[in-house]
Design a protein around this ligand. Structure first.
Ligand SMILES: [Cu+2]
Length: 734
């Protein structure tokens, strides 16, 4: 090849490369992306249905238990984005649940013998209700593994109460709520003696093994934080040794009744309980808990058993409360009024006498979910890999969707309330075959599919993975029904809703010692942990009581003491305490574990743990030379100028904020509050530097002036942020 040709080839190559590069970075059209990714119109439509644009919000909040992880997942529908994991039955470090003293107490109260269970088995949650509809105040979970029940407040998505069931050894991992949240219902699962004594399974089973249903009395307090389940007002109905499964409560026409699945010796039943009657019956105490005996309930027609032709997987009450639907090989619809009339019989109630209709849906119906359309429900046929929409009044199927997996648990938004919605259905995929997920090792996440059910053409539009979870049932409520708070009243113990006795405000930080017990009353605010230095002795029992002084949105501070396993999370306004024994001497930095601002790294301090037998070295006053003193005087005077300049900036910001009515914008007002908090803290520094200057002690005067300026800078920083925000708000409104 001639040299000139070679040159032309190279130049041409570069030019074409450049052209190619330009092409690659050109804006792609929708058609380009579809082609490149091999997507069809259905794929794109599915993606568009779940895409969340900027400024958009999900229509529903959904909650689901993680099974043995002991936490609750909060996610949005239809975007299926996970918003939060909430510690319920297990400690959860991100929120400090089970790490700070206040939340540890919640878990300790759920322990019968000081053994705190650090996992759970939580499968079917329930929301609180008013007149059969979700009120958005609370959620409840049952722990099947450790016989516990939990109450979550939904205004802050925190666990408020965990109780231990004093009777059940084995508990069903689901709960149901009565239509005005009078009772939270929990049942046993596998029969066991309630007296913690051994018994012979073959000869003493009928005599000593028991099952039962507990009605936890729920009492609403003056606010959501003071509402609790009250053990002393609760009651358990004792049942013969049945293995109990899914249950549901009546509503509207069937308010006061509940139904559940039971099995014994290979025979299957639906049990029906008239729980309003229970409170009028004679009770006895077992393990200090109110118990109504089976005979007493039977005698008073408060309980009955309907014999089923086969085993069943679920029983759910229709939104109007007229029927309950049993998911089995044939899906059976029962008439609630007839079932009630048949209560109290000695022999099991004949299914045919109380049955309304039966519908052949498909093999192994696992779950039922209701729809807003009249008398309409969905069933999942695990064996036939399909979802079927059917009418439980007419007994006819209406449409079906063939799936690429074996479906199990179903959920429609608001579906367990009296007003289900008809746009989405979620379906749990317990045997995720990874048709669009990569392998991540032998343990796999759970999957939940989102089905668009708004038309007769149902469509599987999204597959969500739920990690750290063994997922069963979920419930979803309209997002706008829940009214989450942004901050707590300053000094709140978030687990009780009371103002904590350890609340500390700016300037009141202190360290108190009584023998070897040390209490530190501290504060957290960008970008300071006060106090910054804490000295204790080896062997001291130390508690940091910390209050987050922030009033701004999303200003959580974490707190950890290095290598001491001490951790807490402090949302704006929250006061919580962490306690530990200082059993290893040394120097241990403590710091904020949340990225809270650009000055986040400054949120640190030092814990000095002096070894046993440590003797303080006497501090001698250092005398400054004339030159040194003059140098400090100069530094002090220079600092005063800087302080004046900074003050001018602050004044300018304050004037601007006032002129623009900052108090009309709560978020901005909260920031301004924070700014003034900072200035409040500065008062002592100002007094000190002026006093030392008067006394001619310029080193001290300079150091205090420096401290004062630090506070000023922080005030200016927060003030400028408030100004920026306000200017954006004002601009938007103009
Ligand atoms: Cu912080």
């Amino acid at each position: 090849m001639k040299k000139s040709n070679w040159f032309i080839m190279v130049v041409a190559g570069i030019v074409s490369l450049a052209l190619f590069a330009t092409d690659t970075f050109a804006q792609q059209t929708l058609e380009d992306v579809k082609t490149a990714r091999g997507l069809n119109d259905q794929d794109v439509l599915a993606a568009v249905k779940t895409f969340m644009p900027r400024g958009g919000r999900d229509e529903y909040f959904s909650i689901v238990g993680t099974g043995n992880s002991g936490t609750m997942i909060v996610y949005g529908m239809p975007s299926m984005r996970i918003y939060k994991y909430v510690g319920v039955f297990s400690p959860e470090p991100w929120q400090g649940y089970g790490f700070d003293d206040e939340s540890s107490l919640v878990l300790k109260k759920s322990s019968m013998d000081n053994r705190i269970s650090t996992y759970g088995d939580m499968r079917f949650p329930a929301f609180s209700e008013k007149d059969g509809n979700y009120d958005g105040h609370f959620a409840f979970f049952s722990d099947g593994a450790n016989s516990r029940i939990a109450l979550m407040g939904l205004d802050d998505f925190e666990t408020k109460q965990v109780l231990s069931n004093p009777l059940f050894i084995s508990t069903y991992p689901g709960v149901a709520v009565t239509q005005n949240t009078e009772y939270i219902i929990q049942s046993s699962q596998y029969p066991a003696p309630w007296d913690y004594k051994t018994a012979d399974v073959s000869t003493e089973f009928d005599d000593k093994f028991k099952s039962g249903v507990t009605f936890w009395k729920f009492v609403e307090g003056e606010n959501v934080h003071k509402s609790r389940m009250i053990k002393e007002k609760s009651v358990t109905l004792e049942l013969p040794p049945y293995t109990l499964d899914y249950f549901d409560t009546g509503k509207k026409a069937s308010d006061g009744l509940m139904v559940g699945l039971a099995e014994k010796d290979g025979k299957n039943f639906v049990y029906v309980i008239d729980y309003n009657k229970l409170s009028t019956l004679t009770t006895k105490k077992i393990n200090d808990f109110n118990v109504v005996s089976f005979d007493e309930a039977k005698k008073n027609s408060a309980v009955g058993f309907i014999a089923l032709p086969s085993s069943a997987n679920t029983v759910k009450v229709t939104p109007d409360g007229k029927y309950f639907v049993v998911g089995a090989d044939n899906t059976l619809v029962f008439d609630f009024a007839k079932a009630k009339d048949a209560l109290g019989k000695d022999t099991p109630i004949d299914a045919a006498s109380v049955q309304k209709t039966s519908i052949a849906i498909g093999k192994d119906v696992i779950d039922i979910a209701f729809d807003q359309r009249e008398n309409t429900a969905f069933a999942s046929s695990h064996g036939d890999s399909k979802i079927v929409r059917f009418n439980y009044e007419s007994g006819k199927t209406e449409s079906e969707l063939k799936l690429s997996f074996k479906p199990s648990f179903l959920m429609t938004p608001q579906g367990m309330s009296a007003s289900p919605h008809s746009n989405y259905l979620t379906v749990v995929d317990k045997e995720g075959l990874y048709d669009n997920y990569p392998d991540v090792g032998p343990v796999r996440p759970s999957f939940q599919h989102l089905i668009d059910i708004s038309s007769d053409e149902m469509a599987d539009i999204y597959t969500m993975s739920l990690p750290q979870a063994n997922v069963y049932g979920s419930v979803a409520v309209l997002r706008t029904t829940i009214k989450p708070i942004i901050r707590y009243p300053l000094g709140t113990n978030t687990r009780t809703g009371e103002i904590s006795r350890y609340k500390t405000v700016a300037g009141q930080e202190k360290i108190e010692r009584e023998g070897n017990r040390v209490h530190i009353f501290g504060t957290l605010i960008r970008s300071h942990i006060t106090p910054e230095i804490v000295t204790v002795n080896e062997g001291d029992v130390v508690t940091f009581h910390l209050t987050n002084l922030e009033r701004a949105e999303d200003e959580t501070h974490g707190f950890t003491v290095d290598t001491y396993g001490v951790h807490g999370s402090f949302e704006p306004g929250k006061t919580a305490s962490v306690t530990f024994t200082a059993d290893r001497p040394g120097v241990f930095p403590y710091y904020c574990t949340e990225f809270c601002s650009a000055l986040h790294l400054e949120m640190e301090g030092i814990l000095l743990i002096r070894p046993k037998g440590y003797v303080d070295v006497e501090q001698k006053d250092v005398v400054l030379t004339e030159e040194e003193l003059a140098e400090y005087k100069k530094l002090y005077e220079e600092k005063l100028v800087v302080i004046d300049d900074t003050q001018e900036i602050i004044n300018g910001v304050v004037t601007w904020l006032k002129e623009n009515n900052f108090q009309d914008y709560p978020y901005v007002a909260a920031l301004v509050d924070d700014a003034f908090d900072q200035l409040d803290q500065a008062k002592t520094s100002k007094e000190n530097h002026e006093r030392y200057a008067k006394e001619g002690k310029y080193k001290d005067a300079f150091l205090w002036a420096e401290q004062y300026w630090q506070y000023q800078v922080k005030t200016a920083d927060v003030g400028l942020r408030a100004k920026k925000l306000l200017s954006e708000k004002v601009d938007v409104e103009e």
